[in-house]
Design a protein around this ligand. Structure first.
Ligand SMILES: [Zn+2]
Length: 380
């Protein structure tokens, strides 16, 4: 049985986490720290201190014993929700019109005509994070633009026509008072709890993440490293989800559940092709008989999926990793099973939450939430 630890980082310098491969002249930053970047930084710090890879290094970074989750922006004392692909808010004003906010997953049977109650504008997809569900309170990290030039190697002077513009995270909230710090928090899952100590020692060293480290970017410090609090039990979330699904028009003889990707999901078929919109419940190892819900008036499945290309950097080799195509974090699937299959389905779903799904789970990929509360708490 794996143990989850919560890791909270505070920025000591701006952080640049590229969404795409570096080399272009205008670069946006991710608004979270991917587990793969965390793992890479820790591996580098380990090698800087110990020289060559040893058994502890292999246990921490090369085995499946440690899963480094993504670290999301967060504030002290709040439970953060990733806005899934089903989240909707005012098309014009977004979450500034917080009364417009809702989750559309359970609209399958009713298909309501949604308008913003504040300005009557229609609703549109909204992304980001919430630090409170009701009322909806967004949490957006502030970013700052940095502009720099390249240096001509031969002359040691500014290279012509080489101006680089990049966004960096600065560790503050966007909308609130600037002094309100944004921390980055996520879970590291240890299959062997005895690895907590070597990892804790490593977390005391200065850590550098992202790009521009030679120019003073990316320094972070560990604020807390503690055992994760228990989340609401799956059986309770399942019950609440189904109660709202019934109110929304679901069949009372059927059990419903959602699968919400909290991180990118890397799945490949037997021919090593990425599994994207052809994903089935059996890819999740769910029992036969579990299917995706279909819209009542068409044969279309209720899937809110998007794909993402993940670039990567192999720090040990100093080489780029091949791009990976994956299902993007925030994607949502709506599943169903017969009432007599409830227990079988729940058993497997609990395992999915505890272990993740797909490839590269030690880099934080494949984290899934079942019956994510936003789908039932924010449907109305
Ligand atoms: Zn509005």
């Amino acid at each position: 049985m794996a143990t989850d630890f919560t890791l909270t980082l505070q920025l000591r310098a701006p952080l640049a986490l590229h969404q795409t491969r570096a080399g272009v002249q205008y670069v946006e930053t991710l608004d979270y720290i991917p587990g793969t970047a965390l793992r890479g930084a820790l591996a580098e710090a380990y090698l800087a201190e110990h020289g060559t890879p040893d058994n502890t290094f292999r246990a921490l970074f090369l085995s499946e014993q440690v899963q480094y989750g993504d670290l999301w922006p967060s504030v002290e004392g709040k439970w953060i929700t990733l806005l899934p692909a089903t989240a909707r808010a005012c098309k014009r004003h977004g979450l500034k019109h917080s009364a417009s906010f809702r989750d559309a997953l359970l609209d399958v049977w009713t298909n309501p005509d949604n308008k913003c109650p504040e300005c009557a504008e229609s609703l549109d997809r909204v992304g980001g994070y919430l630090c409170s569900l009701a009322p909806a309170e967004p949490l957006a990290p502030r970013s700052r633009l940095r502009i720099s030039t390249a240096i001509e190697r031969s002359a040691g002077t500014v290279a012509r026509e080489m101006l680089f513009t990049q966004h960096t995270l600065v560790g503050q909230r966007k909308t609130q008072d600037k002094s309100d710090p944004v921390l980055f928090r996520g879970t590291v899952r240890l299959a062997d709890p005895s690895l907590k100590d070597p990892l804790g020692t490593l977390l005391k060293a200065p850590l550098f993440l992202g790009s521009g480290r030679s120019r003073g970017l990316g320094e972070v410090e560990v604020k807390t490293w503690v055992e994760a609090p228990a989340s609401e039990p799956l059986a309770d979330r399942w019950r609440k989800f189904n109660a709202v699904a019934q109110r929304a028009g679901g069949d009372p003889n059927v059990r419903y559940f959602s699968l919400t990707l909290l991180s990118h999901l890397v799945l490949r078929d037997d021919l090593l092709r990425p599994v994207l919109d052809a994903i089935t419940p059996q890819h999740f190892g769910l029992p036969d008989g579990v299917t995706w819900v279909r819209y009542p008036d068409s044969d279309r499945q209720v899937l809110f999926l998007s794909a993402v290309t993940i670039p990567g950097w192999n720090a040990a080799l100093g080489l780029p990793k091949p791009d990976t195509v994956a299902l993007a974090r925030g994607s949502v699937l709506l599943g169903r099973c017969d009432a007599d299959q409830e227990q079988d389905a729940l058993n497997r779903l609990a395992q999915i939450e505890a272990e993740g799904v797909g490839e590269r789970r030690n880099e934080g990929f494949g984290r899934v939430a079942v019956c994510y509360p936003i789908h039932y708490e924010c449907w109305r």
